[in-house]
Structure formats: structure tokens, C-alpha cells
Design a protein around this ligand. Structure first.
Ligand SMILES: [Zn+2]
Length: 81
């Protein structure tokens, strides 16, 4: 049976097996909103390669902090950008 063979292989997962990580577009986390348009009004480097984007939801107007990981080399010194 093909099906049982497949499930047996999944439980015996190899460490170097490629896995999927889905990076989704940031959305407003408010249950009644879920709007996908967040307007960035400030972006702060956290010093560890990540940035915190201070955004405001264009739909409900609520503030949403979005933390993103960006490559160290891709930044440069742009204060307040
Ligand atoms: Zn919202």
C-alpha cells in the first residue's frame, strides 16, 4: 500500500530533509479586522538583524508592531528609515 508507506516515512524524518517555512504578509491581528494593509510609520533596528516596524492598520487604525528578520548586510545606516 502506498499510503501506509508514506506515513511511515514521515514519522522517520531525515534531519537534512528540506522543510517548508511560510513567511506570510503581515496582517492586522485584530479578530474583527485582519486587514492586510499596514502603514509603516517607523522602523527600528533591534541590533540582532531584526527590525521592528511600527505600523498602523489602514482599516481599523490600530497600531501593530511587526518584527521582521532582514539580512545584516542589507541595511546600512539609515536612521529612522
Ligand atoms: Zn485592523
Amino acid at each position: 500500500m502506498n499510503l501506509t508507506e508514506e506515513s511511515a516515512r514521515q514519522s522517520d524524518e531525515q534531519p537534512d530533509e528540506p522543510l517548508y517555512v511560510f513567511i506570510e504578509k503581515a496582517r492586522c491581528p485584530r479578530k474583527t479586522c485582519k486587514n492586510g494593509r499596514l502603514v509603516i510609520y517607523r522602523s527600528v533596528a533591534n541590533g540582532d538583524g531584526s527590525r521592528t516596524r511600527l505600523t498602523r492598520c489602514s482599516e481599523c487604525g490600530g497600531r501593530v508592531f511587526v518584527v521582521v528578520e532582514v539580512p545584516e548586510s542589507g541595511g546600512g545606516n539609515q536612521p529612522g528609515c
